[in-house]
Design a protein around this ligand. Structure first.
Ligand code: NAP
Ligand code: FER
Length: 339
């Protein structure tokens, strides 16, 4: 395959504030050959995720910054084209952390088989992948609702939030979602079984709208967004409430750091627990979450949705849309069909 080519998206420049199309470069390169124990994968679906905004910046975080000029990393579901690893053969469907690329070489030990008979293969990047596992452990291990609790989920119609809320419902909680459109709120209450939903973009008085939706206060809060939504939820915390800080997307494009943690008076008065959550800490228990989530889907207790942008060339557009709330459920890019 010496003269075959492939396309990659590379980081062209670091954004200031909201990223734009100019921060990405589409390049054509020689298709790589797999070495010892390596596998050549053709991308079928590419995942775009909010945390990638952090990797576009120079600041150190839980994931290293990308170098300007380098191809960017992404969760991928793909098809094995060529394998030098005993665990894989041509035609296998696999998932792993690869590149924003149409083809990439991966260490076989870093790939996981995807069973196309079990569920649509795209779910390995969403409800049966990183965002599903985040939702599951963030809710069951950090918020830990008991029957009768009121649990609020922000970013509720996104990949993590939509699953999180249903996991809380299955634990017997009364679940209130916060999301950015009427269409999203209707999906939460009509199709996913959320008990109430608040549109934070349209509410005249967000605090009052949330108080209406949570007449008994808030026992658990799964935070995906931070900012004004979180301020409004904190005002309603009950004594001994538990808060999982999973994401702060409203702050990812900020050009200045906020002056300090907010509403800590509420944490003090209510003796609340606020705990940060990283899915990477659950690497050893990944299979446990997938088994539970798979069983919930099989039983008809867990619904999911995917927003799919077609075409590798549209990957930056799909990523940028996350910051405008374009997606319902998991945002994916469809890159190629299986052969
Ligand atoms: P997502 O929720 O599917 O997509 C992002 C959503 O964020 C958008 O659809 C948009 O929905 C909302 N949003 C954008 N700007 C906002 C703002 N200024 N204020 C409030 N909401 C805003 O993404 P995801 O992959 O499921 O991730 C959700 C959160 O979890 C992110 O913060 C992400 O970083 C975090 N996360 C954390 C972990 C972990 O291990 N800690 C793992 C995965 C994800 P609206 O229309 O509702 O605004
Ligand atoms: C995210 C996706 C993944 C995120 C964090 C992670 C805070 C976790 C990474 C890790 O555990 O290493 O959007 O946002």
């Amino acid at each position: 395959m010496a003269d075959a080519t492939t396309r990659q998206w590379r980081l062209a420049s670091r954004p200031t504030g909201e990223p734009t199309a100019e921060n990405f470069d589409l390049v054509t390169v020689e298709r790589p050959d797999p070495g010892h124990d390596e596998v050549l994968v053709r991308t079928l679906y590419l995942s775009v995720d909010p945390y990638m905004r952090g990797r576009m910046s120079a600041a150190e975080s839980y994931a290293d910054p990308w170098a300007v000029g380098d191809p960017m990393a992404a969760g991928v579901v793909g098809e094995v084209i060529e394998s030098n690893h005993d665990g894989f053969e041509a035609g296998d469907v696999v998932t792993g952390n690869l590149l924003w690329a149409e083809h990439a070489v991966a260490d076989g030990d870093e790939l996981r088989q995807v069973d196309p008979e079990l569920a649509p293969i795209s779910t390995a990047l969403g409800v049966l992948g990183m965002t599903g596992v985040t939702a599951y452990f963030g809710m069951t291990d950090v918020v830990e609702p008991v029957p009768g609790d009121t649990v609020v989920v922000s970013g509720a119609a996104g990949a993590v939030g939509s699953v999180t809320g249903q996991v809380a419902s299955l634990a017997g909680a009364r679940v209130v979602g916060v999301a950015g459109s009427e269409r999203k709120c209707d999906w939460l209450t009509d199709d996913l079984g959320f008990d109430a939903a608040v549109n934070y973009r349209e509410a005249d008085d967000l605090g009052a709208a949330l108080a209406d939706a949570c007449p008994d206060g808030v026992d658990g809060y799964f935070d995906n967004v931070g900012g004004p939504v979180t301020d409004a939820v904190f005002s309603l915390l009950n004594v001994r409430a538990s808060v999982a800080v999973c994401g702060q997307i409203s702050q990812y494009n900020a050009t200045e750091q906020p002056t300090g943690p907010r509403k800590l008076g509420q944490v003090l008065q209510k003796r609340a627990t606020v705990e940060g959550f990283l899915v990477g800490d659950y690497e050893d228990r990944w299979g446990e979450a997938l088994t539970r989530l798979g069983a919930f889907i099989e039983a008809g207790d867990l619904s999911y949705r995917e927003s799919v942008v077609d075409g590798f060339e549209n990957a930056p557009e799909a990523f940028l849309g996350l910051f405008d709330g374009e997606n319902i459920g998991k945002q994916l890019v469809a890159v190629a069909d299986r052969e």
